[in-house]
Ligand binder design. Sequence first.
Ligand code: UD1
Length: 426
Amino acid sequence: MDRLRIRGGSPLIGEIPISGAKNAALPLMAAALLSSDGLTLENVPELADIVSMSALLKELGADIQATPSPDGRGRRLFIRAERFTSFEAPYDIVRKMRASVLVLGPLVARGGEAKVSLPGGCAIGNRPVDLHLMALEELGAEIELEAGYIHARAPKGLKGGRIAFPMVSVGATENALMAAVLAHGETTILNAAREPEIGDLAACLIAMGAKIGGVGTDTLRITGVARLGHAVHPVIADRIETGTFAMAAALTGGDVELIGGQLDHVEAAAKVLASAGVAFTATARGFRVARANGRLEGVDMMTEPYPGFPTDLQAQFMALMSTAKGAAMVTETIFENRFMHVPELARMGANINVHGASAMIRGVERLKGAPVMATDLRASVSLVLAGLAAEGETVVNRIYHLDRGYERVERKLTACGAEIVRERET
Ligand code: UD1
């Protein structure tokens, strides 16, 4: 297992190219299963989760060809499952990556059957899949839970229905959408998630021949079609990577241009950061981030479904607030138990008190380097950010989570003057 050794204190100065979004690429890869003609995706990031999804799709019968994207950004994947050789997403893959559950909708919609291992417990809370199952049942699938597997069947195909989600779920909306595009008749999805990744999936499905209305709103209207064809689709820029590097620039007192970063996809976060004293300037290639003046101010923040402040930037925001002037209250409303980075940040001198779903951060003058342990994906990167700003040396152990979601993180940071090296743990 690898670890990162960071010598903190250098402001990040330069430019960072933003990769394609992991959370857009994963459902798009699953969507390839909907067409026997295949799907070409461009700007796919090189990440461990993409490797896991590729392995899963191959297991189901897909052929995948990977080449560099023509514009030099990321990889181009041609994914084609002419026919399925299996309907099963095995435990060993699902356990490593929860997003494997996204093959459920496409498999049932096109193949009439799916067997997907239940994802089980997860470091950031319970994360059930009841809403995914509810949506498929609404479209006529018969679902049984047996021996740790979800077994869904629709031998005569799915039929349109009315799916009213009691709470907003990104993954359940994606599964429902992918199932509905091949269902007979009309489907309405109410209280749909509005994340840009859903818009990207809908755009790709439309390019493949799907009929979807209401994209970008919380009500999606789908008219099922008999089959989908081939399309070429570039993956949108990763808004979480964008927000992460924006905070890294602000935390270290640097000045960084985020190439390809889409400010309109991180509006809520940019607003909160602006009130803390971070300046954003649009450029021809993306936008620049730097402190407006001196030390940042503590500001309160609450995570919410899009267009609110994303939960996937919460840990990084805490690292940012740990050296701000005054106090900041952070409330996590999406996942329980998503404060695992707190004890690690505390080892570096952060002053944070957790009360239920809220955390009070009282800014300290300076963080101090320490050995820390990465827990989940976003917690890991918050420790890297803290390490970049801390006095002395920080060693972030167990960074395999980081490799699931951040492409070439140490190379991108080193190019902006960070002192950070990857080492093999012995
Ligand atoms: C996706 C993102 C993840 C992000 C999260 C919230 C991907 C691959 N992952 O995860 O990075 O943190 O959105 O923005 O895109 N829930 C249920 N029942 C369900 C499904 C979800 O109760 O069937 C709950 C979850 O426990 C959670 C909330 O709904 O409390 C939101 O989860 P959801 O939006 O589904 O997250 P994911 O799609 O798993």
